[in-house]
Design a protein. Structure first.
Length: 118
């Protein structure tokens, strides 16, 4: 199994930057890709972006493209979400997820709160 633990959330002001981390443990050699999702109060969980674990290719939701960057360190077994030009609408619980193949369901972390004040 793979276990995921997020960290780095907090309270920031609009326009600030923040970096989230997602540390993976367990059978990380089997990881296919990892992703970030977020869920704002009263809303459904939405996709933020995804990174292929071995190749590092990325894909982003339009709402964050150009402001957020996903990267990973395969030695540290950690994925990062660098968030820039944060807006109040970015306020949400951010979850990391991992898949063992393109056909598997996501394995989820516990989430970390990001609050952006205006």
């Amino acid at each position: 199994q793979v276990r995921l633990v997020e960290s780095g959330g907090g309270l920031v002001q609009a326009g600030d930057s923040l970096r989230l981390s997602c540390a993976a443990s367990g059978f990380t050699s089997r990881l296919y890709d990892m992703a970030w999702f977020r869920q704002a109060p009263g809303k459904e969980r939405e996709f933020v972006g995804r990174i292929n674990w071995s190749g590092g290719s990325t894909y982003y939701a339009d709402s964050v493209k150009g402001r957020f960057t996903i990267s990973r360190d395969t030695v540290k077994k950690t994925m990062y979400l660098q968030m820039g030009d944060l807006k109040p609408e970015d306020t949400a619980v951010y979850y990391c997820a991992g898949r063992l193949s393109n056909y598997d369901s996501n394995i989820w972390g516990q989430g970390t709160q990001v609050t952006v004040s205006s």
